[in-house]
Design a protein around this ligand. Structure first.
Ligand code: FES
Length: 166
């Protein structure tokens, strides 16, 4: 999102080559973080609107959390849409059935909340991966440490009860 506001504002204000896409695009497909796509939508329906081609269409690639990916079974991927005029919820879409959804109808706050629902699982997965990766990196060192310890133990004098001497 850093710089996105400035970029879009520049597109609206400047007659620069990088802003040419605004007046020459028939269909725009966005795939980004919900907050970035919402910034885009705000500008497209505001300052950039006078420059858009008639019939301009904007689509968002929605990355909702998914579970079954079997189209309308588990409902983990549900994405809420809102009426672009009233802002009221209008319908729910199974994102695994259709990831490309109309930009101007998406409820990005709902999408952001749904993406956050997997955060515990994601943190656990990351912790497990770190554990595995670090475990592999330290494995030879661990083996060396165990060998050294075993050498020390086996070469220490033992008392009559067969315990290492204190
Ligand atoms: S991911 Fe299960 S219904 Fe879409």
């Amino acid at each position: 999102m850093h710089g996105l506001d400035e970029f879009l504002q520049s597109c609206a204000e400047m007659d620069a080559p990088f802003a040419e896409w605004v007046s020459s695009t028939d269909q725009l497909i966005l795939s980004d973080h919900p907050e970035s796509m919402e910034i885009f939508r705000t500008m497209l329906s505001g300052d950039l609107k006078p420059y858009l081609k008639p019939g301009f269409n904007a689509i968002a690639a929605v990355n909702s959390p998914m579970q079954c990916m079997m189209k309308e079974v588990c409902a983990q991927c549900l994405c809420r849409h809102v009426d672009s005029v009233t802002g009221e919820p209008s319908r729910y879409v199974f994102s695994c059935f259709n990831q490309h959804q109309p930009l101007f109808e998406l409820d990005f706050k709902n999408l952001l909340a749904r993406q956050g629902q997997n955060s515990v699982q994601e943190k656990l997965s990351n912790a497990w991966l770190d554990y595995l990766i670090e475990g592999r990196q330290t494995e030879p060192a661990m083996q060396d440490a165990v060998s050294a310890w075993a050498h020390e133990v086996t070469h220490e004098p033992v008392d009559q009860d067969n315990h290492p001497a204190p």
